[in-house]
Design a protein around this ligand. Structure first.
Ligand code: LLP
Length: 422
């Protein structure tokens, strides 16, 4: 037995009238009828407000980590809100450029950038290349010899900080594929090499300790290491990466941008760093701005075992429960303020038992086949990690605002599924 869905898990403009949940002034059930399901619905006002919160919290500058959710409309929105864009592949850079965002507004990440990607980044005039390895410094030397480029770089260092999050998304510990490790002396060697190289201009130091991190102390610990490390080198910028956690389910509470920003900046100053302090949030900008709408197709009640509710999507539009055991809530957009008496397992339509969207979910007990069912807080790493498994077409995405809905990514068609076949 669970109460109604906690309101703070819904986007900022969500409202409930006679049970019907609306976002951006539009009823979710109507959006499902107009655009079909599964459907990602993003609250544009919520997105813009989170961007503003982030920009206010980090006067030194903020880059949106586009891996969390990227399309042309999203790149344009974050640029309009005064943010830069963190891209981690040629593909993400391509989308940002296609959106009209200048290369000089992009920072280029990645632990294994190819020569082609580095060339593309330099040709596009990216603001910084976030260098991750000695092999990458070798490649930048080669490009310098070939085309005379001098890249503005930041070095990604690994501070040796363990954070409490899923193993797959923890990146600050020494045993990591990312960055130059401080404790082993790699970080020191990387700085010395960068300072001596004619191919690069060392602008700053970067660290990203992990994702879905709730503990401000973890960020403070990382900052103490990286700010202390950077202090002797007179670099302009220190980036503390992304990673701020968000609340997905009842009972979770995440720090705000304001408290994250204030605490890391204080820790930087305390450690003697006087330059620009920047950040790269992804999830915390987009996660809570969206809900996913599905249609219920089958309900199977196993007395004494459980009730399975299957919807028309699954691990192809949200692989996070399967990958990381992530939890989500469920609600019925027609009855947003109803008690949720029935415990269910929400599953998808894929051909495997691991295809779970919500392991332990709650819905009102009048749930019926044909209902539109929603999962909140699905704006980050859902559509961006979507796949065509079982040749399922990827869902459409709409942005809603003040009674208007605009489709920013169309639903894939069956023809799309064979467009790459030769
Ligand atoms: N900066 C760097 C260098 C990163 O690698 C990441 C995320 C971010 C910033 C943004 O982190 P955020 O603020 O979104 O936590 N697929 C996983 C998350 C992978 C995060 C990868 N890097 C998930 O669904 O939980």
């Amino acid at each position: 037995m669970a109460g109604p869905l906690p309101r703070h898990l819904l986007p900022d403009t969500a409202a409930i009238a006679d049970g019907a949940v609306s976002i951006g002034g539009l009823e979710l059930v109507d959006l499902a009828a107009e655009f079909g399901t599964p459907l990602f619905v993003y609250d544009e006002q919520h997105l813009r407000q989170r961007c503003r919160d982030a920009v206010e919290a980090f006067p030194g500058g903020v880059s949106y980590a586009s891996k969390a959710f990227l399309c042309i409309a999203m790149a344009q929105l974050v640029a309009e809100e005064g943010m830069q864009i963190d891209v981690a592949t040629a593909g993400e850079l391509y989308v940002a450029l296609a959106a009209g965002v200048g290369g000089d507004k992009c920072i280029f990440h990645g632990n294994n950038k190819s020569m082609d990607e580095l060339r593309y980044a330099l040709d596009s005039g990216v603001r910084h290349i976030m260098v991750d390895s000695f092999d990458e410094l070798d490649r930048l030397d080669m490009l310098h010899a070939e085309i005379g480029s001098v890249a503005d770089i930041m070095l990604r260092i690994t501070p040796g900080v363990e954070v409490h999050t899923h193993e797959f998304i923890a990146t600050g510990q020494d045993d990591s594929k990312f960055g130059f490790t401080v404790s082993t002396g790699l970080a020191l060697r990387a700085v010395e090499r960068a300072l001596a190289s004619p191919a690069v201009n060392l602008v700053g130091i970067h660290a990203h300790i992990g994702s879905q991190v709730f503990s401000i102390e973890s960020f403070q610990k990382a900052v103490e290491v990286i700010a202390g490390f950077a202090a002797p080198y007179d670099v302009d910028e220190l980036s503390i990466g992304g990673g701020l956690g968000v609340a997905y389910v009842e009972g979770e509470e995440a720090p705000t941008f304001a408290s994250w920003g204030a605490s890391v900046q204080r820790a930087c100053r305390d450690a003697g760093f006087a330059g620009r302090i920047t950040a790269e949030p992804g999830r915390s900008i987009v996660a809570a701005s969206a809900v996913t709408l599905y249609e219920v197709g089958t309900i199977k009640t196993l007395e004494g075992i459980r009730t399975y509710v299957a919807v028309d999507g699954g691990m192809s539009d949200n692989p996070r429960p399967v990958l990381y055991g992530s939890g989500y809530e469920t609600f019925l957009p027609r009855s947003g303020d109803a008690e949720r008496e029935l415990d269910i397992r929400l599953v998808g339509k894929h051909c495997e038992s691991g295809d779970m969207l919500v392991r332990e979910g709650w819905v009102p007990d009048d749930l019926a086949v044909g209902d539109i069912l929603a999962t909140p807080v699905t704006g980050a790493y859902g559509h961006s990690m979507a796949s065509n498994y079982n040749k399922v077409t990827r869902p459409a995405v709409v942005f809603v605002r003040e009674g208007e809905a605009r489709q920013v990514i169309r639903r894939e068609t069956l023809e799309d599924l064979i467009r790459l076949d030769t």
